[in-house]
Every structure is written in C-alpha cells, then in structure tokens.
Design a protein around this ligand. Structure first.
Ligand code: UDP
Length: 332
C-alpha cells in the first residue's frame, strides 16, 4: 500500500488515480484544508482507496496511520502552496510544510518506512541566473513557500545520511491540465493559477481575466513559464517510486518540458481552444514573478527514463473540460 499525503488535492489526486490504475492500493492522508472530499469519493470508484482525515502537524495522527497500515512507500504532496500567502503568513507555511513533514518523516522512521517521493518546486531556485534551469542551479528561494520546500530537501539529505531514508524530490515547474477522462481536475479556492483563471473567465458571470504585467523583457512582454502536463508529471512519480523500489539512491529531478510559453500565448491558445472571446485587462506585475522560468529536464530523462508526451494544447483542452464540470459542481 502507498501512502499519499495530500491525495485529495490537485496533483495528489491525479497521482492516486494513476496508482489505482496501476493496481496499487492507496491510503490517502489529507486534512481537507484545501483538498475536497468529493475528489476522494470520486477516486474510490477506481480502486482500493482508504481515506484518513488527518493533519500532519499532529504526530499521533500520522504515526497511527502508518502503524495501522502496511505502507511500502510514501508520496508526499500535502503542503500549502500559495506564494503570495506564504509572504503574508509565513507562520502557517513553516508550521504546516516544515513541521508537518518532520512529523511525517519521524513517523516513517518509527514504522520502518524508508522511501519517499517528495513534491518539490522550481521555486527553490529563486530568480534564475541562467535558463534553462538544471538541478545544479543555485538555490535561493525568494519567498517562504520556496524556502519551506528547500528546507525539506535539506532535511531529506540529512535523514538519508543518518537514517538511510531514501527520497526522490521532484521539482515541478508549472503544472497544468486535468484527467483525460475529466474524472478529476484542478480545484483551488481561491484559484490563482493562469490556465484555470483564463478558462474561468469564459463563463457568463465570470470575472475579467487579469494579466499581470506586459512589460517584462520577454518576446511579447509577458512572463514565460514551462507548462508541464499533469499526466506527464504524475508519470514521473510512478517512475520515481520504481526507482526507489529498485534500490535507487536519494535523488532530485526537474520536471518541465525544456520549453516555455508566454502568458499571452497561453491566453491566445485558450481563446482558440474554447472558441470564446475572453475578456482581459492588463494589470501591474504580480510581486515575486520572475520574467522567465524554463526547466532543463535532461536528468529526469536520462536517470528515470521519463519524457513528457502531452502538449500545452492537451493541458488546456482537459483543463477546459474539467472547468465546465467544476462550474456545474460549484454553481449547483
Ligand atoms: N498570471 C496572470 N493572471 C492570473 C494568474 C497568473 O497573468 O490570473 C500570470 C502570472 O503572473 C505568471 C504566470 O501567469 O506570470 C503563471 O502564473 P501561475 O500563478 O499560474 O504560476 P507560477 O508561475 O506563479 O507558479
């Protein structure tokens, strides 16, 4: 059985679905602070999923979850992930992300579970000093969110050295898209990400899409990001699990496409795919947004034998199908 923390959230739920489709049994541990019970109930249709509503900041809750189940490995998604909020409420981020993960790791040690795949982020690199960004790029996160993830990566190195706990850290660039069959998708409240926000602006009573800055030093003045499709991203988690099972050493990989798209390009692609004229207004820059972030993914390709297959178009199409479904769920 695989323990998936944060399995009721966006990325975690897609991972649970992929694990179930591979025949794994899954235990979801999630406090439902940002995840949804509806997602857990949907996942239960596709295989053996147990669910514990628990909080990682409570050591006893995670320890008893590990004690009472036969867990072979952990995939750890549970975290707060809003950059802006992390700067105004760092207490929440350090407590949940860092202390919560320490409880998880200590409970793993107590129950002799020695393998973890950890959801890390390109935010650990901070302002890029070169593009594309490889794993050796200097790490100097510019917000508390990125700092919590880097702290955890450092803790994981020390726990390997001292306790032989093996980890794979997957450093995500911009994750996009939804399940190809529209069973689950991205469901954040509030939504802050580009693609869902553009798509939400296609609905009748929706807000105008706000484009944060068109005066960057990029091809069209808007920020460039590396959009990695959710199915491709999850596939790397399955490969990482296999890598650890086969005795792989602690390691870390960038997950992106080696390519970038500007906000305007994404916006135009959304208009084309939806066939709608999407209302837009250009606002000032959002604090902390670097002009350009693109991954060098060659290490994941060579070591994990991973390669992204889906295009940005697929991510937008699947996200749009999901947004239509979500609109019905949330609007009743
Ligand atoms: N963005 C935007 N309007 C939005 C949301 C995002 O213009 O409503 C821009 C944002 O400023 C950034 C890019 O889209 O340049 C990607 O932002 P997102 O929040 O999706 O991901 P991030 O790069 O912050 O992880």
């Amino acid at each position: 059985m695989i323990l998936v923390t944060g399995g009721a959230g966006y990325i975690g739920s897609h991972c649970v679905l992929a694990l179930l489709e591979k025949g794994f049994k899954v235990l979801i541990f999630d406090n439902l602070s940002t995840g949804h019970i509806e997602t857990v109930n949907e996942l239960k249709k596709y295989g053996q999923v147990d669910f514990i509503k628990g909080d990682l900041t409570n050591f006893d809750e995670i320890n008893s979850a590990l004690k009472s189940n036969q867990i072979e490995a952990v995939i750890h998604f549970a975290a707060f992930s809003q950059v802006g909020e992390s700067t105004t409420n760092p207490q929440k981020y350090y407590l949940n992300n860092v202390c919560g993960t320490l409880n998880l790791l200590n409970a793993m040690l107590e129950n002799s579970v020695k393998r973890i795949v950890f959801s890390s982020t390109a935010s650990i690199y901070g302002e890029p000093s070169y593009i594309p960004i490889d794993e050796a790029h200097p790490k100097s996160p510019i917000n508390p969110y990125g700092k919590t993830k880097l702290m955890i990566e450092n803790i994981l190195d020390d726990y390997d050295q001292a306790y032989d706990l093996k980890s794979v850290r997957l450093r995500y660039f911009n994750v996009a898209g939804a399940d190809l069959k529209t069973r689950i998708g991205e469901w954040h409240e509030p939504e802050t990400h580009l693609i869902p926000n553009v798509l939400k602006s296609t609905f009748g009573n929706a807000k105008t899409f706000q484009m944060f800055g068109d005066d960057y030093e990029t091809k069209d003045g808007t920020c460039v990001r590396d959009y990695i499709n959710i199915e491709d991203l999850i596939n790397a988690h399955l490969l990482a699990l296999e890598y650890l099972k086969n005795g792989g050493e602690t390691n870390y990989f960038n997950l992106g496409t080696n390519d970038g798209n500007s906000v305007k390009e994404v916006f135009n692609a959304c208009q084309k795919i939806t066939g709608k004229n999407i209302p837009v207004e250009v606002k000032s820059r959002r604090a902390g947004d670097p002009a350009k972030l693109i991954a060098d993914n060659s290490k994941a390709k060579s070591v994990l034998n991973w390669s992204p297959k889906n295009t940005l178009e697929t991510s937008i199409k699947t996200a749009y199908e999901w947004e239509k479904k979500l609109n019905k769920i949330t609007e009743g």
